[in-house]
Write a protein that binds this ligand. Structure first.
Ligand SMILES: Cc1cc2nc3c(=O)[nH]c(=O)nc-3n(C[C@H](O)[C@H](O)[C@H](O)COP(=O)(O)OP(=O)(O)OC[C@H]3O[C@@H](n4cnc5c(N)ncnc54)[C@H](O)[C@@H]3O)c2cc1C
Length: 457
């Protein structure tokens, strides 16, 4: 579809957050919405595999919760395999008094995007591909409007630019918004436990079906690492009759930098080292854990960053140093915040940002009076500023949660001297503590609550 010359709302990026935002805007009565994306087709990769309760509640408002729930697998427990038995560390059924969705929905990201895309199409929202945004400029005839420049030289004039264009966001760069780790002194890039600073994720099939107790989501804490195991719904790869599993593990620095798309033998090595039968020799490996096919695999560095603000106006200083305000720029999803995949939070947070933005923008757009002075702008922009402050606080909470989960998972298996005399092995202590606390109902409910996003809507 060709680009319009003008549009009220320009959503840059047709990933899950851009699509969710377009739907939310439309539902709130904003019909002149255009979504643009740099590539011809959405990325067909499974990436975010879980949708949490709070996100399903938000998706209900844009008509997507029901079709997604129909397609996904409802996992109700997060279990940890200690080598001989499972301990339940989070029990999502305990959230039933607070939500219609007391479970974690397992569904690969490309299906979530497909469902959102179908709703966007049903509503007749314009999606233009492939059109890559390269810059923003204040429109010289109407300073409340922004001229958005595309790689092929085309320009679209718009009142609202919504940057949902991923972690390397061109919109964020053009608006001059900083993007940094909000807690640089807590566990992050350099201080992340070496075993979880980089990770590999893969969707695989096995030569024979894994045993029954491994037919549900599970984590395994082995010395120095954490291993993830999630059975995927049949619809994920409908041309693959065998059950597909998402597996993942941290990559210790001693293993070097993992390849871009790890091979079957690389993934097999991780399963043998850290998976359900860790530490057995390959010759003892059962065909139930022998990788038959890798359908998708990737590596991931666990960086954290958040934009200084999710809302700004392009501005300029005229002769006499008078500062003027230009058009509105907003950031969503990975353009606004990134962190590790621990706890499966990234896409979830982005979708909730996006759906909340629809109502904030509908309030903003209702004010049509022309404004000029900074105080008038301050009043007019209140709903957007409040949305930005609220969503940024949510982002910081999620970043610190993912950092804590990651440092907990990656505790090193070595004894250190505490107070110079007492030898302590934090990994062993962690495992003992987990065994003790994990079957306590209040712990199971508290962790489920944190992961579900219900306390961080
Ligand atoms: C390996 C991996 C595993 C993950 N696992 C999880 C998980 O388990 N749970 C979870 O919640 N999250 C997970 N995430 C994170 C999740 O994938 C992201 O949070 C999510 O994709 C963010 O969505 P988005 O719409 O903000 O950005 P994106 O999905 O990155 O979409 C951005 C879109 O913008 C387009 N674009 C980029 N630049 C431009 C431009 N200049 N002009 C026009 N268009 C542009 C791109 O083509 C793209 O379509 C994972 C991510 C990865 C990489």
């Amino acid at each position: 579809m060709s680009l319009p010359e003008r549009t009220e709302f320009l959503v840059v990026g047709a990933g899950p957050t851009g699509l969710a935002c377009a739907l939310s805007l439309h539902i709130h009565g904003c019909s002149d919405v255009t979504v643009v994306d740099a590539v011809q087709q959405g990325e067909d990769s499974s990436r975010a595999l879980v949708i949490h309760s709070a996100t399903l509640e938000a998706l209900e408002a844009v008509g997507c919760a029901e079709p997604l729930v129909e397609l996904g697998i409802k996992e109700t427990k997060l279990r940890i395999w200690d080598g001989s038995r499972f301990n339940t560390i989070a029990d999502f059924t305990k959230l039933a008094p607070y939500t219609k969705y007391p479970f974690v929905l397992v569904l690969p990201q490309f299906i979530t995007e497909r469902v959102l895309g179908e709703q966007v199409q049903k509503r007749g929202i314009r999606v233009c591909r492939p059109h890559k945004v390269i810059g923003l400029k204040i429109n010289e005839h109407d300073t409340n409007m922004t001229d958005v420049t595309f790689e092929d030289g085309q320009i679209v004039t718009t009142r609202y630019v919504i940057g949902a264009d991923g972690s390397k966001s061109a919109v964020r760069h053009a608006a001059g918004i900083r993007f940094e780790d909000p807690q640089p002194n807590s566990t992050s890039q350099d201080e992340t436990p070496p075993s979880t600073a980089q990770m590999v994720l893969a969707d695989v099939t096995f030569t024979e079906p894994p045993p029954r107790e491994f037919q549900n989501m599970a984590f395994m804490f082995s010395p120095n690492n954490a291993f993830l195991w999630i059975p995927m719904p049949d619809c994920a790869y409908d041309d693959t009759p065998e059950r597909v599993y998402r597996v993942g593990a941290g990559i210790p620095t001693s293993m070097g930098v993992p390849p871009h798309a790890p091979s079957a033998s690389y993934v097999q090595d991780l399963i043998d080292r850290y998976g359900p039968v860790a530490n057995k020799l390959p010759t003892q490996r059962s065909p139930q854990y022998a990788v038959a096919k890798v359908l998708w695999s990737t590596r991931y560095r666990t960086n954290c960053a958040i934009a200084d603000t999710f809302f700004t106006r392009l501005g300029w200083t005229a002769a006499g140093n008078q500062y003027y305000f230009g058009g509105v720029v907003l950031l969503l999803g990975d353009a606004a915040h990134i962190h590790s995949p621990a706890g499966g939070q990234g896409m979830n947070l982005g979708i909730r940002d996006a759906i909340a933005l629809g109502s904030a923008l509908a309030t903003h757009v209702a004010y049509t009076e022309p404004v000029v002075s900074p105080s008038e702008y301050r009043e007019l922009d209140k709903p957007l500023r409040e949305w930005s402050v609220h969503r940024r606080a949510r982002g910081i909470t999620v970043i610190s949660l993912t950092k804590r989960l990651l440092s907990f998972a990656g505790v090193e298996d070595k004894s250190i001297l505490y107070w110079g005399i007492v030898p302590v092995n934090w990994a062993k202590l962690r495992n003992i503590a987990l065994n003790i606390v994990s079957n306590l109902p209040f712990v199971q409910r508290a962790l489920a609550w944190r992961l579900s996003g219900l306390g961080n809507r």
